[in-house]
Design a protein around this ligand. Structure first.
Ligand SMILES: [Zn+2]
Length: 179
C-alpha cells in the first residue's frame, strides 16, 4: 500500500511521472514477486498526488507492469478530495466515476474512516464511523453494497485501542440494518 507522493512544486504530471519511474524500478527489481502494490486514494493536502481518480488512472496507464498494481479506496480521503458519498445519489455517482476513470476491477481493499472536515476540504483528518461529515448512511451503503461484499475493509479510525471495537460493532450493525 502506498500513497502517490507529492509533486512539491514540479507540477502534477512531472510528479506522477516520477512516481511511475519509481514503481517501475520496484517491479523491475522483483519481476516474480507474488505481491500486488495498492495505490491509495489521497485527500490532496498540499501538493500531494492521488486525490483525483484521474491521477491513479494516469499512473496505471503508464506503468510497465500494471497487472502488479491495484487500488485502495479510502472513504475519508475520497470525500476530502471532493467526491461526495453522503446521499444515495452522490454515493452512486462517486462509484460510477471511480469505475469509469479507474475501473472497479482495480479495487482491492478499502480503508473505512469518517471525515472530520467537509467535502472537498483536501484535509486528511479521520473521524469515527458515523461521527464525521460523511455520516452513517454512506457506511450503511458500503456495508450493504453487493459490489463491495468481497472487498476487504480496514478500519483506520482514531484511538484504535479503545474505539476499534465500537466502530467495528457499528459497522456490523449497519451491515444488518434495514430501511
Ligand atoms: Zn487510508
Amino acid at each position: 500500500m502506498t500513497h502517490l507522493g507529492a509533486h512539491t512544486g514540479q507540477g502534477e504530471e512531472n510528479g506522477l511521472q516520477t512516481l511511475v519511474d519509481s514503481l517501475d524500478e520496484v517491479t523491475d527489481a522483483r519481476p516474480d514477486a507474488p505481491v500486488s502494490v495498492c495505490l491509495e486514494t489521497t485527500a490532496g493536502q498540499g501538493t500531494s498526488l492521488g486525490w483525483a481518480f484521474e491521477h491513479i488512472a494516469w499512473v496505471l496507464s503508464k506503468l510497465s507492469a500494471p497487472g502488479r498494481f491495484r487500488t485502495c479506496f479510502d472513504t475519508c480521503h475520497v470525500f476530502a478530495a471532493g467526491y461526495d458519498l453522503v446521499t444515495r445519489d452522490t454515493y452512486e455517482k462517486t462509484w460510477r466515476e471511480f469505475d469509469k476513470v479507474v475501473g472497479i476491477r482495480y479495487l482491492a481493499v478499502m480503508h473505512l474512516n469518517d471525515a472530520k472536515k467537509e467535502l472537498g476540504s483536501r484535509v486528511d483528518r479521520h473521524a469515527h464511523i458515523g461521527k464525521g461529515e460523511i455520516g452513517e448512511g454512506a457506511f450503511r451503503r458500503i456495508m450493504q453494497d453487493p459490489e463491495l461484499r468481497g472487498v476487504p475493509k480496514i478500519l483506520e479510525t482514531p484511538e484504535s485501542e479503545t474505539m476499534h471495537a465500537v466502530n467495528l460493532s457499528l459497522l456490523r450493525e449497519l451491515a444488518a440494518r434495514t430501511g
